[in-house]
Design a protein around this ligand. Structure first.
Ligand code: TRP
Length: 453
C-alpha cells in the first residue's frame, strides 16, 4: 500500500504537551483526590506516587519505545517487533479505545453542559435534581454527540494541525486555571479542614488489598496506559527524542495536576460547609464533582460564577485533550491498516463510538460498569501484555530506548522491572480485580433483567 510519509510532531514540546494532555483528564480532576481522601490521605498519595514510579513509568516508557521504534499504529507496531502472533493484543487496544471513549465522552458531555451553565445563568440551589435529569437520556446523549463532534474535528485535523496545535493552546491554559484556583481556594476561610480531610494520614484505610487495586487502576487510567494511546502518540516522534526524560515529565505532570486538583476541590467544599454531603456519603466521586461543587459555586455568589466557570472549563479542556488521544488510537489504526484517509477514519470511528456510548448515556450503572471493565480488565491486562512484550519478546528494547540518549543508565533496571516486578504486580492486582468486575457485571445484568421482567 503506497501511503503518504508519516506525519511527525513539529516540536518536542508539542509531543510532550499532547501526551500530558492525554494523561491529564477527568481521571485527575474527578477520581484521584476522592480516592486519596477515602483511602488514607497523604499515605495514599505516597502509595500512588510509588506505583506511578515503579510500574506506571516503566510501562509508559515501554509504550513510547514500541511506538517510536516502529513508527506504526498499535496493531502493526506489535507485529513489527513481535511477529503476527502479537496482532491480537493490538486489536484489544483498539477495542479498549472504542470502549473507553464511548463512556468517557458521556461524562465529558456533562462537563460541557456544566461549563455552559456556569458561563451562562450560573448554578442554582437545585443542582442535585438538575443533575439526575441531565445525566441520562436524550440530554446526556446530545452533549455526548456534541463533545464527540469536537473530538472528531480535532483528530481529523491531523497530528500537527489538529492535535499538537490544540495541546499547545489548551494545556498551558489548563495548568494556569488549576493552579490559580488552588491559590484562590487557599485564601478561603475554613479551607483548613478541607486539606485535613484530603491529606490526613490514615494507615488503617490504606492497608487493604482493594486500595492497591484502586491505586493501580487509577494510575493506569490516569497515565493513559495499557491500550496503546501513548504508543500511538510516540509513533509520530522522530528518533532523537529522549524517551526516559519524556516519560518522567509526563508522569510527574500527571500526578501534579491530580494532586493540585485535590487542593481545589476539598478546601472549596469545606469552606462552604458542604462536607457532610460528601464525607461517607453515597454520592461518590461523580456526586462530589457534579452536585456538591456546583452547590458551592452557587453559594459563593458572583465569585462563584467566575470560579465555577473556570473549574468546568478546565474539566472540558482536560477531557477533550484526553478524548483526542483515545480516538487517535482507533483512527491511526484505520489509516495504517485499512488505508483510509484520516478524515474518513475520524468520522467513521467517531460515529461508531458515539453510538456505542448510547447505553452509557441512558444508564449510569452501565456507564460505571463499562468504566470498571475498561480499568480492571483492559488497561491492567494490556499493561501486563506490554510489559511482557518489551521485557521478553522484543529483541533489543534497551538499544531501542537508548536512541536519543547518551549511554544506557537505568535501562537494565527498567528491563528487569518489565520482566518480573511489573508483571508480578499486575497479575496480583488482576487476580483481585477480575472477579470483582465479573461480580459487578452479573449484578447489573440481574438487575436490568429483573427490572424489565
Ligand atoms: N488519562 C485520561 C484521564 O485521566 C483518560 C485517558 C485518555 C485514557 N487516554 C486514555 C485512559 C487511554 C486510558 C487509556 O482522564
Amino acid at each position: 500500500m503506497a501511503s503518504a510519509p508519516r506525519e511527525h510532531w513539529s516540536s518536542r514540546t508539542g509531543f510532550v504537551l499532547a501526551a500530558i494532555g492525554s494523561a491529564v483528564g477527568l481521571g485527575n480532576m474527578w477520581r484521584f483526590s476522592y480516592l486519596a481522601a477515602e483511602n488514607g490521605g497523604a499515605a495514599f498519595v505516597v502509595l500512588y506516587l510509588t506505583i506511578t514510579l515503579a510500574v506506571g513509568i516503566p510501562v509508559l516508557l515501554a509504550e513510547l519505545v514500541i511506538g517510536r521504534g516502529s513508527q506504526q499504529s498499535p496493531i502493526r507496531a506489535l507485529a513489527h517487533f513481535g511477529g503476527r502472533a502479537w496482532k491480537p493484543l493490538g486489536g484489544v487496544f483498539v477495542a479498549a479505545g472504542f470502549l473507553i471513549l464511548s463512556y468517557y465522552s458521556v461524562i465529558a458531555g456533562w462537563t460541557v453542559r456544566y461549563a455552559l451553565i456556569a458561563l451562562g445563568e450560573g448554578f442554582g440551589q437545585d443542582v442535585a435534581e438538575h443533575f439526575s435529569e441531565v445525566a441520562v437520556g436524550w440530554d446526556a446523549f446530545g452533549y455526548h454527540v456534541a463533545f464527540m463532534a469536537i473530538t472528531v474535528f480535532v483528530v481529523a485535523g491531523g497530528i500537527r494541525g489538529g492535535i499538537e496545535r490544540t495541546a499547545l493552546v489548551l494545556m498551558p491554559t489548563l495548568f494556569a486555571i488549576v493552579v490559580g484556583l488552588a491559590l484562590y481556594a487557599a485564601t478561603l476561610q475554613g479551607a483548613g479542614p478541607g486539606y485535613a480531610y484530603y491529606l490526613s494520614v490514615d494507615l488503617e484505610k490504606l492497608l487493604h488489598w482493594s486500595v492497591l487495586k484502586d491505586a493501580a487502576g487509577q494510575a493506569f487510567f490516569s497515565l493513559s496506559l495499557g491500550m496503546g494511546a501513548m504508543l500511538t502518540f510516540a509513533s509520530y516522534l522522530k528518533r532523537d527524542e529522549h524517551l526516559p526524560n519524556s516519560s518522567l515529565v509526563i508522569g510527574f505532570a500527571d500526578v501534579a495536576v491530580a494532586f493540585v486538583a485535590g487542593l481545589v476541590v476539598f478546601p472549596l467544599i469545606f469552606a462552604l460547609g458542604l462536607e457532610e454531603r460528601i464525607v461517607g456519603s453515597k454520592l461518590g466521586t461523580v456526586g462530589a464533582l457534579f452536585i456538591t461543587l456546583p452547590q458551592a459555586f452557587a453559594e459563593m455568589g458572583a465569585i462563584g460564577r467566575g470560579v465555577g466557570s473556570l473549574f468546568f472549563v478546565a474539566l472540558v479542556v482536560g477531557a477533550l485533550t484526553s478524548a483526542i488521544s483515545l480516538l487517535e488510537v482507533v483512527v491511526s489504526s484505520a489509516i495504517d491498516g485499512l488505508g483510509w484517509p484520516r478524515r474518513r477514519a475520524a468520522l467513521v470511528a467517531g460515529g461508531a463510538i458515539t453510538l456505542l456510548g448510547a447505553p452509557s448515556a441512558w444508564n449510569t450503572d452501565v456507564l460505571g460498569l463499562v468504566d470498571q471493565i475498561a480499568n480492571n480488565f483492559f488497561l491492567l491486562g494490556g499493561g501486563l501484555g506490554l510489559a511482557l512484550f518489551v521485557g521478553w519478546i522484543m529483541r533489543d528494547p534497551i538499544a531501542e530506548a537508548a536512541g536519543g540518549t547518551e549511554g544506557i543508565g537505568w535501562f537494565p533496571l527498567w528491563r528487569w522491572l518489565l520482566r518480573l516486578a511489573v508483571p508480578a504486580f499486575l497479575i496480583f492486582v488482576l487476580a483481585y480485580a477480575v472477579p470483582e468486575t465479573w461480580e459487578a457485571a452479573r449484578n447489573l445484568f440481574a438487575d436490568l433483567l429483573g427490572r424489565s421482567a
